[in-house]
Ligand binder design. Structure first.
Ligand code: ADP
Length: 680
């Protein structure tokens, strides 16, 4: 399924090259609507040394900013009420934010433009002193960084590989099938080949007119590499090296929305600003990539026609029909906003569409973050020096004919190239700017930097609150920016001469609607708690036993011997899948499976997500009690000792009345009541 002459591109860090022109139309949004936690250090005087190794707040958010090149004479004034940027009452020169761009690779051009617009200081060859921000083109591990912020999370590349993403989404589908039906039904081969065959046979038997098509995608592939369509499980190319290069097989969405008879997909940029607390932003405009042959539903005759079925730019650029756009509304790569305008003119409810897309993005991130946290604590254990992280992700979304968005994949390293190759004369190529890419990608990078700006003061004045609230009521995508807000900002802050932010916060903004989905996240917190040794990602048998014991999960009908058997069975099976042989032990997905088993044993009659939620409540309740007991013990206050009958870590007896305030009994008691209500 590969057209001739496809240029190989770096894959795992999925890259995808460029295209043509466009204008966004977006609402004004205060640049610090939700001040980043790292901005809280603003009261710290400019030269305050950075305490390496103290990363308040863990994954992603609360790293202290390095103060580079700020004024002298400010030591020892921590806690002063003086504002940052003032020295001895005089206004100080605003220190530039420093950015190391030496590893930016193909995102370098867009990054340079962004830095020029922000008037930040670029270090294209790196710097001996630490920088505020490190911009990596490919992965977190491009450098040894001990402070500042880096634009990659450890483990993200692994997490968004086709197999890992499918597994993570499937776990969520097991718990919340309705909520996660935006991802096509998928099977991981070779291990699930028999399941694939059996399920397809069953579905065909129960629905004889169903004539499915499947899309086969090699794990770790990108840009359409190695992808092909089949009509029947027996058409899988098993003869190849399936064992060494596993694949994901997916139900093919055969009725996509077409524009000008062409299939297209959407590339949306999503900023994961912080993992803990979770903060997600979505770019208000993205790219639409079009096929170059008119679409027809798959038949045996057209299955191999890549220019009809695959929307990858890297493939379609080789089609004679590819059109480099010279305006926003035409061509093979357009802005998403131009597509939205077109749809809205045909009466499509754009607000509903956006709301579905936002929901898809939040749910997908919720599926990815539990394991990301495992990677994070392994790479940057709490208390050790390390940077905080943020990351721009590329979401590839297909719209079905009925306008339902479907997730195709997530890219950890979406292409940020803003130029494309053009053949001037036969064999002579030149890089030419791509206005569409520049328009979208520079805004995404620049505004990501603005949101991550370590020097930015908290702006909690009423004006910004007001404008944030008022902006919520507008149609985000179709309203032009407010000039009033812009003028107000320019007079206060030179950065305000920039356009309003193209990134819109969606989490925690809409957290209330989605928090009930965070069960795997809570399981991951339990898993991490029992990992024990810093830097590991797998739970040993002792850790698992301690988890069972501390959460009071074993009893006469579930002995510790059964616990060991459960551990061995599940761990062995996961490890035999050969995903990650670096460490032995139980990975998070295996732990989740074990947790499901335990939940099903205990709460037989409930639906799975209620079983799991009940067991999590039960575990958290017992761990909260344990923590409180340990707190009491570690304080070792003599007068309280009298109230304690015994005081051993796991066998403590407390007198509730005496310790009520200390034990924060309400939470624990409420949890117990909830738990009992559930059981009764
Ligand atoms: P790659 O990383 O190689 O680009 P994708 O998963 O993005 O792999 O798939 C490549 C292209 O195949 C997509 O851009 C889309 O056009 C098409 N495609 C992928 N999955 C499906 C699907 N389930 N249904 C319909 N088309 C799909």
């Amino acid at each position: 399924m590969e057209p001739p002459g496809i240029e190989p591109e770096s894959c795992s860090p999925a890259q995808e090259p460029p295209g043509s022109p466009a204008p966004p139309a977006e609402e004004p949004e205060p640049s610090e609507a939700a001040p980043a936690p790292q901005q809280e250090a603003e009261g710290v005087p400019p030269l305050a040394p950075v305490a390496q190794g103290s990363r308040p707040g863990g994954p992603g958010s609360k790293g202290q900013a390095k103060r580079c090149g700020a004024g002298k004479g400010s030591r020892g004034k921590r806690g002063s009420t003086r504002r940052a940027g003032e020295e001895g009452g005089r206004p100080a020169r605003r220190a530039h934010v420093t950015v190391d761009s030496s590893k930016a690779k193909t995102s370098l051009e867009a990054l340079k433009i962004s830095l020029r617009q922000l008037r930040w200081k670029e270090f294209p060859f790196g710097r001996r002193l630490p920088c505020d921000i490190y911009w990596h083109g490919v992965s977190f591990h491009d450098n040894d960084i001990f402070s500042g912020q880096v634009n990659k999370f450890p483990g993200m590349t692994e997490m968004v590989r086709k197999i890992t993403l499918s597994r993570a989404v499937r776990t969520m589908q097991d718990l919340f099938p309705e909520e996660y039906n935006f991802y096509p039904q998928s099977w991981i081969l070779p291990e699930e080949f028999p399941l694939f065959v059996a399920e397809v046979r069953m579905m065909k038997e129960s629905d004889p007119p169903w004539k499915p098509t499947f899309i086969v995608k090699p794990d770790g592939g990108c840009q359409g590499d190695g992808i092909y369509l089949i009509k029947d499980p027996s058409d899988i190319r098993l003869a190849g090296n399936l064992q060494s290069r596993p694949v994901v097989v997916q139900e093919y969405i055969s009725k996509p929305l077409l524009i000008d008879k062409l299939k297209f997909d959407i590339r949306l940029y999503v900023l994961l600003k912080s993992l803990e607390p979770l903060e997600i932003y979505i770019a208000k405009d993205g790219l639409s990539r079009f096929c170059t042959e008119p679409y027809r539903e798959p038949t045996l005759k057209n299955l191999h026609q890549v220019f009809m079925h695959l929307t990858n730019y890297s493939l379609n650029i080789h089609s004679g029909n590819f059109i480099h756009s010279d305006n926003v509304n035409t061509g093979s790569k357009r802005t998403f906003s131009s597509v939205l305008y077109r749809l809205s003119s045909k009466g499509v409810d754009i607000k509903k569409l956006w709301s579905d897309i936002i929901s898809l993005v939040i749910k997908t991130v919720l599926a990815l973050t539990p394991e990301l946290k495992v990677y994070y604590q392994s790479d940057i254990p709490a208390g050790k020096p390390g940077p905080t992280c943020f990351q721009i992700l590329g979401f590839d979304i297909l719209l079905m004919k009925n306008l339902k968005p479907v997730l195709l994949e997530v890219n950890a390293n979406p292409s940020m190239r803003i130029e494309h190759e053009q053949e001037l004369s036969p064999g002579v190529f030149e890089n030419v700017p791509s206005p569409v890419d520049e328009e979208i990608k520079v805004a995404v990078i620049r505004d990501t930097l603005r949101l991550m700006d370590p020097h930015k003061k908290k702006r909690k004045d009423n004006q910004s609150q007001l404008s944030e609230n008022s902006s919520d009521t507008k149609d985000d995508l179709l309203e032009p920016g407010s000039t009033d807000q812009l003028e107000h900002d320019i007079s206060k802050n030179p950065e305000a001469s920039l356009p309003s932010l193209c990134l819109k916060q969606v989490f925690p903004k809409y957290a209330k609607q989605f928090n009930y989905l965070r069960l795997v996240d809570r399981m991951a917190a339990l898993f991490i708690r029992f990992l024990g040794v810093k830097g590991t990602m797998k739970l040993g048998p002792t850790g698992f036993r301690t988890f069972i014991r501390n959460c009071k999960l074993s009893n006469s009908s579930f002995s510790m011997a059964s616990v060991d058997i459960l551990y061995i069975d599940i761990t062995r099976r996961w490890n035999s899948m050969g995903l990650d042989q670096r460490e032995s032990g139980m990975c998070l997905q295996a732990f989740v499976e074990a947790f499901f088993c335990l939940a099903q044993r205990r709460y037989k009659s409930l639906p799975l997500h209620e079983q799991v939620a009940s067991l999590i409540d039960f575990c958290e309740y017992h761990l909260a009690i344990l923590d409180e007991k340990r707190l009491v013990c570690s304080r070792g206050i003599t007068e309280r000792r009298a109230a304690l009958v015994t005081c051993q870590p796991d066998g403590l007896h407390l007198t509730p009345a005496t310790h009520a305030p200390l034990l924060n009994r309400m939470t624990a008691a409420n949890k117990l009541t909830d738990y009992r209500n559930y059981r009764s």
